[in-house]
Every structure is written in C-alpha cells, then in structure tokens.
Design a protein around this ligand. Sequence first.
Ligand SMILES: Nc1ncnc2c1ncn2[C@@H]1O[C@H](COP(=O)(O)OP(=O)(O)OP(=O)(O)O)[C@@H](O)[C@H]1O
Ligand SMILES: Nc1ncnc2c1ncn2[C@@H]1O[C@H](COP(=O)(O)OP(=O)(O)OP(=O)(O)O)[C@@H](O)[C@H]1O
Ligand SMILES: [Mg+2]
Ligand SMILES: [Mg+2]
Lengths: 259, 259
Amino acid sequence: PTTVVAVANQKGGVGKTTTSVSLAAAWARLGKDVLLIDLDPQGNTTSGLGLERASGGSLYGPLTGEGDLASRVVATGRDHLSLVPSERDLVAAEVELPGDDEYLLRLRHLLATYRESEDAPDAVVIDCPPSSTVLSLNALSAADYLLVTLQCEYLAMEGLGEILRLREDLRSGGTHPGLELAGIVLTMFDSRTRLASQVVEEVREHLGASVFGTLIPRNVRLTEAPSFGQTIFEYDRSSNGARAYARLAEEVGSRIGLR
Amino acid sequence: PTTVVAVANQKGGVGKTTTSVSLAAAWARLGKDVLLIDLDPQGNTTSGLGLERASGGSLYGPLTGEGDLASRVVATGRDHLSLVPSERDLVAAEVELPGDDEYLLRLRHLLATYRESEDAPDAVVIDCPPSSTVLSLNALSAADYLLVTLQCEYLAMEGLGEILRLREDLRSGGTHPGLELAGIVLTMFDSRTRLASQVVEEVREHLGASVFGTLIPRNVRLTEAPSFGQTIFEYDRSSNGARAYARLAEEVGSRIGLR
Ligand SMILES: Nc1ncnc2c1ncn2[C@@H]1O[C@H](COP(=O)(O)OP(=O)(O)OP(=O)(O)O)[C@@H](O)[C@H]1O
Ligand SMILES: Nc1ncnc2c1ncn2[C@@H]1O[C@H](COP(=O)(O)OP(=O)(O)OP(=O)(O)O)[C@@H](O)[C@H]1O
Ligand SMILES: [Mg+2]
Ligand SMILES: [Mg+2]
C-alpha cells in the first residue's frame, strides 16, 4: 500500500520544502520507495535536488486534464527516490481549475490511479506552496496524512490554527473525511532565544501528542545544502540538521505506519 | 499626491510583513500619513499591530464589488498610521475574482478613488501574501512601486528572478506599464554565516543600484515585537532591527520621492 503525506502550512518560510526533501530522502535511505511531488510553482523541492523545472514536466497538465501522474515521474539519481517536478505554469492551475464541482479532487483521482499501478511507491510526499488555495487544497484532499511544519516563532504560531481548521473543514465538509493529522514538526528551533522555547512549550501544552518529539534545530547546513542541489544527508550527514531529520523520519514513519 | 508601494515576493517567510509594518511605522514617526493594507489572508500585519482580523473588515468586500476602500480604513492607535485589516474570507477572492477581464485591476480602481479624497495619505504600503496569484497581482497592478524583500539565503535567491519577471510581464503585457521597482531589501542578514555574505555579494553584483544599501540584520527583537502587537520602534527602539529599519525608511523614502 502507498501512504500519501501532504506537508503544508499557508505561512511562508516555515520549512515545508526542507522537511519534504529531508523526510523523503531519509526514508529512501532506509530503503523505502518514495515519490516526492513538488506542488509549489516556486519549485524549491525540484531545485533543492539539483533538478530543473521543465515546461510540461509538472502536474499542471494532468491536473488540467492532459496526461497522467505516472508520465510526470522522473528519476532523481538517488536510489528509491523519484520526483514529479514543478514548473512555472503550475501557478495557472490556481485560476484554471475552479469551475467544475470536483476541482478539489483532481489530484486525488490522479493518485488513485497511480497507487494501483505496479510501480506504486511506499510513500508519496507532497510539498505544498505557502497558501490555502487550489493547489494546497488538492494536496490535502489527496493525502492520507497532513504534516504541518511550524517555525518556532510568534508569527508562525498565528497560522497554526488556520491550517488545522482547514483540515477540519475538509473533514467535516465531506471533501475528505479521512484526512488524518500525522502531526506537527517544530523546526528552526534556536535554543539561544527565549521566544523559541516559549513557542515550543505553548504548542506542546495545547496540542500534546500531535507534536512530534523530535525538534529540528536551526542549522545553517540545511540552508547551504540546496545551493549544491544536495539533500542534507549528501551534503553533511553528521550535521545537527541531518541527525534531527533522520530521527524525525523514524518518528513520522512509525506514526503513519511506514515501518 | 499619494505614493503606493507593494511589498511582494512569492517566496514565503522573507520579511514582507516585518518590512511593511516597520517601514510604514518609520514613515509615520517622521510625520508622514501612511495607510497600511493587509492583503494577506493570514493577517500578520493586522495582528502584528495588535489588531483583530474582523469579518467584513478587509478589502474582500470592495474587491468583490461591495463598498469602497475608505470604508475599511481603521485607526491603529498610532499617529499618522491607519490600516485596512485582513480577514479570513480574503482568501476567497483568489477564486472569486477571476472571470471578467479586469479582475487584476480591482484594487487599482479602488485606490484611484481613495487617492482623490481629502484624506488621501502620503503613502500606501501593501503587504502581499506569499504567492503570485490574484491578490498579489492586484497589488502589483495598483502600485506605483514594487519593493522586494529578499532573505539572505539560497532558496530565497531562486525566487528573485520570478518576482522581477512578474513585474516585467505586467509592464510589457500592458496591465501596468508604469510599475517601477523601488528596489530590493536584503533582510535577515546573519553575519556569522558564509552563505549570507555570498548572497549579498551575488545580488549586489547582478542587480547593482536596485539593491538598497541598508542591510536588515537577523535580530530576535523583530520576531518578538509582533507577539506584543507592537512595532519594532515601540518594542525596542534601540535594537539593531529598529535602527536598520529607520535607516531603510530614509533610503526608500528618498528613492520613491516621499521626502
Ligand atoms: N532547520 C533549519 N535551520 C536553518 N534554516 C532552515 C531550516 N529549515 C529551513 N531553513 C531555511 O529557511 C528557509 C525557509 O525554509 P523552506 O524554504 O524549507 O520553507 P517553506 O515553508 O518551504 O517556504 P515557502 O513557504 O516559500 O514554500 C530556507 O532558506 C531554508 O533553507
Ligand atoms: N530581520 C529579521 N530578523 C529576525 N527575524 C526576522 C526578521 N525579519 C523577519 N523575521 C521573522 O521571520 C519570520 C518571517 O518574517 P515575515 O513574517 O515578516 O515574512 P513574510 O515574507 O511576511 O512571510 P509570509 O510569506 O508568510 O507572508 C517571522 O517570524 C518574523 O518575525
Ligand atoms: Mg517551500
Ligand atoms: Mg507576511
């Protein structure tokens, strides 16, 4: 069976891409077959792996009725890790998709077919853009699990209620009653600032077990790795960032049954 | 006359809100009348000033044909600084506006009326969401100047070409031939990391005079201020963040003729 995880949060710059790439790479290193989907027109997941955004290469076509998901899957040069890249045109889906009454389910239908095929992976990780519009809603409607990344800063806390309410709306509104919350990943934790510790304390107090135990520290190696088109494990396997994401991959993996 | 500045970048978490609020507050402290428009459904500008997102209080109504801009302007409790707050429904404009052929010009028309009125301010600052869809395009189509904030990190560099190309498309495509680039603000500069200095060097090399001389340092006081609903000048006037933004306000003010 294939488990689909959407990494989402409408707040910008909170580690969605870094977490999507690092989790997918960690699971691939453990021998799981993983497909990464770059659903953000910015294409940071695509470039972070050292690959190009290519016109016609993204899910833009399949989402608007041309072609299927399998035809967009490309190799990344890493064992067990494949990618559906982004492209600039993807942003057009935001205005072109609304219209028929199933426009939020396009990605779910594309994935349903793909999951049946022989090449279906163990996990699909979807990197979402910083918004709660058509592309992100498609990802949430297609996912088995929502993973929220939360920067340990005040402004990021504000947005947390938003993404959790969005999940609730999709569930109670009937679009996707089965959307589970995998959990909340606290990232860019800077132990030198008082505010970061306060955010961690407050989020753990309010959300308890939904918050993963693994804290991702602020670690400059994580910002450097994508400039070389490398994952954190390729760039600096002994860094604090790599160790934390390796631990997180174990924790998330067991919570979503990927063991 | 009123000068309208849109603070935009589809890359998330790069200091758009922090810069919008800090610039507007700095100009208000210099005695300029400034209107801040929170065009991001997240509402971080609104909450960063200690105000509430209120249903019916945002530009959602005026953008979809109900009411005018002036009716949405509220006081912030600071001299010379007023606000059009955000609300959650604002996100609906992303799917509801497309349709007629002038949907990108809705905000420009609303501002055209407001600029003629007696209460027209010296400057309008628009905080944009992290996307290049309908709301941000409306802001760019309405602005005299685009101000791009750029985080001194690799992934942020990737997106810089995107927002500059978007401006070019609006100009050459005829939607807004008069959209000037005020410049690029380099923010969250951390002098301890090699990458940050490389980013600054590379951006200055490629874009020369479009890059403001003032660098905004990474400064934890800037992340703390919004948690108290205060501007950086209210929270800690002597901080590195406040000093840098005061300098930036002078620099941007003279470039856009706000002196
Ligand atoms: N733990 C970390 N320590 C230090 N820097 C980090 C960490 N995680 C991410 N970053 C950096 O912070 C910036 C934002 O991270 P990232 O791009 O992954 O966030 P995002 O949520 O995907 O952003 P967007 O909303 O634009 O899609 C990037 O420059 C990234 O390299
Ligand atoms: N110079 C700075 N030093 C340290 N932290 C900063 C600085 N500027 C902004 N921040 C913090 O970084 C985070 C992102 O900044 P901000 O929210 O202003 O970015 P944004 O581009 O408006 O994000 P979004 O794309 O979600 O709208 C916030 O938590 C903010 O407090
Ligand atoms: Mg991202
Ligand atoms: Mg913002």
